[in-house]
Design a protein around this ligand. Sequence first.
Ligand code: 6YU
Length: 508
Amino acid sequence: MALRSGLEAKILIIGCGISGIGAAQKLIKHGFHNVRIIEATSRSGGRIKTGRLGCNIVEIGANWIHGPSQENPVFRLACHYQLLDKEAMSEENQSVDIGGHPPFVANCFTSSGREIDPETLGPAMELYTTVLGKCQDFYSSGEEPLPSVGEFLKKESIRMAHEEWKVDPGTMELRLALLTTLLKLECSISGTHTMTDVGLGAFGMYKTLPGLDCTFPGGYEGLIQHMMSELPKDIVLYNKPVKCIHWKNTHNQPTSKGRTCPVKVECVNEETFEADHVIVTIPLGYLKKHQHTLLSPPLSLKKLHSIQRMGFGTNNKIFLEFEQPFWDENCKIIFFLWEDESDLVDVVSDVKMAWTRKLIAFTVVTPKERFGHLLCGWIAGHESEYMETLSEYEVLHAVTQLIRRFTGNPTVAPKRLLRSQWLSDPYTCGSYSYVATGCSGYDIDTLAEPLPLVGSDAAEPLQVLFAGEATDRSFFSTVHGALITGWREADRLISHYSPLSGELTSKL
Ligand code: 6YU
């Protein structure tokens, strides 16, 4: 028996991150009243997660609104809920366009405990920005001279350095060491183990928006709380990890209203929920790990291959609080340069012994009046994954040794530490997606394609839909990308029912 009206459709959203919340908000606004969110954990927000270190608010997951300007829906929402400070909302801030890489005021220390003046290193920063720009340009030109960003960055930087810099060997080595540090930092930005895993041809597919990246003074989770407050109170079923989505379900019993639903969602605790449509917003890391069991019938080879090909790495933060700063008043970022690393290699050969070699950049958390002397260290890749296995005490000890070596100050010591452990999170299994070597936008589109696939003989269309950060071609790896995909899948269902439901169209 068919639905009386599209608005009666039973819609289940799996995952209560921003994409799931965004999808629910849009569907409810359009009059769908059988919408539920099933969430594995006891909280909403997913990778938007605000924590505490002492009396400081710290972001364990997403940090910034990337490109806070009118085109960014997260910025628009944050303004609407009045969650940003004046400076972030100013026209001036919104119009800054620096392609996602802000010009940082940096302090640079080396492994022999020297501080290097910025003028010595300035040309290396400029060269790096130029070569990174070249990497991004290959997307529009359709060329791919090498398979990965890492290979191109290394080859082109070394070529240009030797061609352009007429300096003494010592300065040359230091500048190349800074390029190695910047390459390691790029691993954190892309969320990958090594830039050799990031595809060159598709690198420029990621779109930056204008606006100088800003933070939420009260914490990113404030955005989630405001969005949740607009949804019905009992919409989320917490602590219900989904084990399997049974679609094309011809064996379901008719519901009390005498109708069969094509999808049955089975949770780990054996509870089941029936639905006409399921929107899956589960992170790609989880999909990779459970790709053969999450759906029954299983995913098609085409979709499986895209899930396998797409990249999903680990980027973690290590927050360190100090009694006194060892950095300059206006410093925004601290770089550590290993003097024996002028080879532009971004991986560590002995991860267990030398994982801290990947911890090369610390952003200064500002404003000082609010946060005191707080740094956020960035570490990506297998070195970051190994760090997750250590105790907090072991991490603190290793990081203290590292900082003492680079500052040449044997007494400097962080008084508190907090680190994230995104690989160990069983419902995320890493940090965020990237377009890996051999991948293209086609893989992202394939991941986003609803089931059953168009042209298949299944009677009920749009049984399983896919949203989440990894399903957006332009803004993957971001909060705004995730939100846009939730809205996209809600819109897909809205337009699916629009021609059938007068009730629905009258509300649009
Ligand atoms: C941004 C930033 N940022 C740092 C770090 C991380 C991320 N991002 P969710 O995971 O939120 O929700 C899914 C839910 O599903 C979740 O609640 C699960 O519990 C649940 N679930 C899973 N399995 C389930 C099951 N079986 N059953 C039921 N439920 C289940 N983004 O805009 N600004 O500063 C950062 C950062 C450490 C970890 C970030 C940032 C990424 C965002 O956090 C992320 O995309 C969204 O929150 C995801 O939302 P969602 O709803 O999709 O999933 C050129 C080029 C390069 C391209 N990269 C450029 C870099 C830009 C990204 N930079 C990020 C950097 C930082 C610092």
